[in-house]
Design a binder for this molecule. Structure first.
Ligand code: NAP
Length: 247
């Protein structure tokens, strides 16, 4: 659910046989449509990638943010429960310490699913990755820390978690805690562009409160023998998936 969003695309690439559900099938806030459609489709597993992910919009349209990011998730959970389907919800690193409306909705979305995954996602549409890919310089913070995971690797990790029947709240991420600036340098290296295109800054103008430490400890994941990659390996996997997708 949430096709053709970024993560839903990566999941569709990993499981081409999976049914892709977008807005044309249902709006997740439409409870009766969600219940009826899931009842007809009879999926075994539902992965919800639908969300209002634009943080500024969540701030401006709070009712919509709660309707999509929380009530929509509850609707899907109810539909899955009725037919015994396993329900997977994607939460966010921002749920660690809610500092804005998006973050509060993502924290609240963690109450409903059989398996909830907290992650900081990226793909090639990330503004910094995209700029570097086109040889443009980027300014990235040395004062915010994270361990982002590509949509490609997250799709693979979801598969591992499903195979193990893992339940509950699981944090997913790459191995190292890096600053945004270090993340940019690793991406530059993966993209074979000059790492000096990544400029270090200590502050940026932001209208929204930000989290300084978004690190999601992946050690429990490694403890259940799920592969945890370095960011360099993760970026290489994503590039490989992009290349095979364009062939
Ligand atoms: N991207 C990140 O940096 C990031 C980080 C951490 C966690 N996450 C979480 O990971 C999940 C996937 O994120 P993503 O980056 O793949 O999101 P995305 O690219 O923004 O895609 C979200 C999809 O959900 C759809 N959608 C929105 N409202 C809907 C509704 N009411 N009913 C049905 N579909 C609806 C959107 O359709 P429209 O385009 O038509 O609105 C879009 O196709 C989300 O739960 C997000 O919160 C994302």
């Amino acid at each position: 659910v949430g096709y053709p969003g970024r993560l839903a695309n990566a999941i569709a690439q990993r499981w081409p046989q999976a049914l892709r559900v977008g807005r044309a099938v249902f709006d997740i806030t439409d409870r009766s449509r969600v219940l009826d459609t899931i009842n007809q489709l009879r999926p075994v597993v539902v992965v919800n990638c639908a969300a209002l992910t634009d943080m500024k919009r969540c701030e401006q349209e709070q009712q919509l943010a709660w309707a999509v990011n929380v009530i929509g998730v509850r609707n899907l959970a109810e539909a899955c429960q009725r037919i015994g389907a396993f329900f997977v919800q994607i939460s966010s690193d921002y749920a660690l310490k809610p500092v804005n409306e998006y973050a509060w909705t993502k924290r609240a979305s963690e109450a409903f699913a059989d398996l909830t995954i907290r992650a900081k996602l990226y793909d090639h549409s990330h503004w910094a990755w995209d700029s570097l890919m086109h040889g443009s310089s980027v300014k990235l913070l040395t004062t915010e820390f994270l361990n982002p995971i590509s949509t490609t690797t997250l799709a693979l990790t979801i598969e591992h978690l499903l195979k193990r029947g893992t339940r509950g709240l699981v944090a997913v991420g790459t191995r190292e805690r890096l600053s945004f600036w270090e993340v940019g340098r690793v991406w530059a290296h993966a993209l074979r562009v000059n790492p000096d295109l990544v400029e270090a800054v200590e502050q940026i103008e932001s209208t929204l409160p930000r989290l300084v430490d978004m690190y999601l400890d992946p050690v429990p994941l490694a403890a259940i023998s799920i592969p945890v990659f370095s960011l360099e390996e993760d970026a290489a996997l994503h590039l490989e998936a992009m290349q095979s997708d364009s062939q």
